[in-house]
Design a protein around this ligand. Structure first.
Ligand SMILES: [Zn+2]
Length: 141
């Protein structure tokens, strides 16, 4: 199947962007249908209803109190446990889908704040205690 860089207009911000041959090939290799994207790469990372960013937990260390979220465009965003909404960071396992906002502070790297689960929480209250003590590194002293 021939791939070609294609100019597309974003349906959210109206900017033009290139749907690249690389993206098309990646989609094909991942077994996804080759459908022209409607959103530019930046807007594709956002929830169209709330404007919040979407990503997955790359890792979180309860010892260090921080971790990283990875967006689907590969960008990694730092977050601190104080930037996590209740019920807190204990549920932030690797790969957990989350939504967040990005706080840009002059002179420092952007960080994710208001981090919360994307969609319903995967654990009921009964299961929570068990799931938290799985890896033996959860000493919340
Ligand atoms: Zn856009």
């Amino acid at each position: 199947m021939p791939y070609r860089d294609t100019l597309v207009t974003c349906s959210v911000c109206g900017r033009s962007f290139i749907w690249t041959v690389t993206e098309q090939r990646q989609a094909a290799e991942a077994g996804q249908p080759l459908v022209k994207p409607e959103l530019c790469p930046a807007d594709r990372q956002r929830d169209p209803l709330t404007g919040r960013w979407l990503g997955r937990i790359k890792w979180y260390s309860s010892e260090k109190g921080y971790g990283f979220i990875i967006r689907s465009d590969g960008e990694e965003i730092f977050f601190h446990r104080t930037g996590v909404l209740p019920p807190g960071p204990a549920y932030l396992k690797e790969g957990t889908p989350v939504t967040f906002e990005i706080e840009a502070t002059p002179g420092s790297k952007p960080k994710a704040v208001g981090v919360t689960l994307a969609g319903p929480a995967p654990l009921s209250e009964e299961e929570e205690g068990e799931a938290g003590g799985g890896d033996g590194e959860d000493d919340l002293a």
